[in-house]
Design a protein around this ligand. Structure first.
Ligand SMILES: C[S@@+](CC[C@H](N)C(=O)[O-])C[C@H]1O[C@@H](n2cnc3c(N)ncnc32)[C@H](O)[C@@H]1O
Length: 255
């Protein structure tokens, strides 16, 4: 019998899953920044939407701190929070090696421990799809933003249902089955946790816009990150390259 998970159990599974994948996370193209070209493309995209250098930025669901470190390099005062302690450990050691000052701490995107109006910008990359309560998270991000602070959400519709995407996934799945000899259809989370997530396949940009509007963000601005997606694709293994065609975007709003 299917029993829906309680929020606490689902979050424990989410944290454990990311703990387990913390070692290999950065090795995947699209997670770790692999080339100078991609690094420069991220700086260009972020510079266009961030407040002035030296402002305080919160990276929510920071994972191994890939974005946090880019932000710190750019000269921002960065705090990263995540549910997974082992992702945070990776983030801390990455920042140490690069001699970057970033504060990484455990935290829940849907219930932050910061005072109201603590940050000039709140950013997150690839996090929305794994939130149980995206609306609560948006309210929290708005609460910790200063007036006129910027929210920056980087995301994609990872598994859209167009015929082309389905065909691409089929080819990718077959190559995983044959070349990597593993089950390509194994879900990331358990069925119970997946069914508790409103967007387990990612989120299209229009839906993200609606969320930001409903949460009261103003001046919403959408940029597609095709250039970054294409740079990432160049170096991917075949099974990933063939499926990596999702609409990839950055959507921003102001408090
Ligand atoms: C796909 S990873 C993205 C990591 C990082 N933002 C990046 O761009 O590489 C998703 C991250 O969100 C974190 N996460 C999931 N739910 C969370 C929550 N409620 N609060 C904080 N972090 C969360 C996971 O632990 C994981 O590190």
């Amino acid at each position: 019998m299917f029993v829906p998970l309680q929020e606490k159990e689902a979050k424990a599974e989410i944290a454990a899953k990311w703990d387990d994948s913390s070692e290999s996370y950065d090795s995947h193209h699209g997670h770790g920044i692999k080339t100078k070209k991609e690094h420069e493309a991220w700086i260009e995209a972020l510079s266009a939407v961030l407040p002035p250098i030296g402002s305080k930025v919160l990276d929510v669901g920071c994972g191994t701190g890939e974005m946090s470190c880019v932000l710190a390099e750019m000269g921002y005062i960065v705090t990263g929070v995540d549910l997974s302690e082992r992702m945070l450990q990776k983030a801390r050691s990455k920042a140490n090696v690069a001699d970057l000052k970033v504060r990484f701490e455990p935290g829940d995107a849907e219930k932050l421990s910061f005072e109201d109006e603590s940050f000039d910008a709140v950013l997150n990359r690839h996090v929305f799809w794994t939130l149980l309560r995206p609306r609560s998270a948006l309210q929290e991000w708005k609460r910790v933003l200063k007036n006129e602070g910027r929210l920056i959400v980087i995301d994609g519709l990872w598994m859209d249902v167009s015929l082309e995407s389905k065909l691409r996934r089929l080819i990718g799945d077959l190559s995983i089955l044959i070349l990597e000899r593993r089950n390509p259809r194994e879900g990331w989370y358990s069925k119970e946790t997946e069914s508790a997530l409103p967007h387990p396949r990612g989120m299209d940009a229009q839906k993200a816009r609606t969320y930001l509007e409903e949460a009261g963000f103003k001046g919403i601005d959408l940029t597609y990150l095709d250039n970054i997606r294409n740079i990432q694709r160049k170096h991917m293994p075949f099974s990933q390259k063939v499926t990596h065609n999702a609409a990839y975007y950055m959507i921003c709003g102001q408090k």
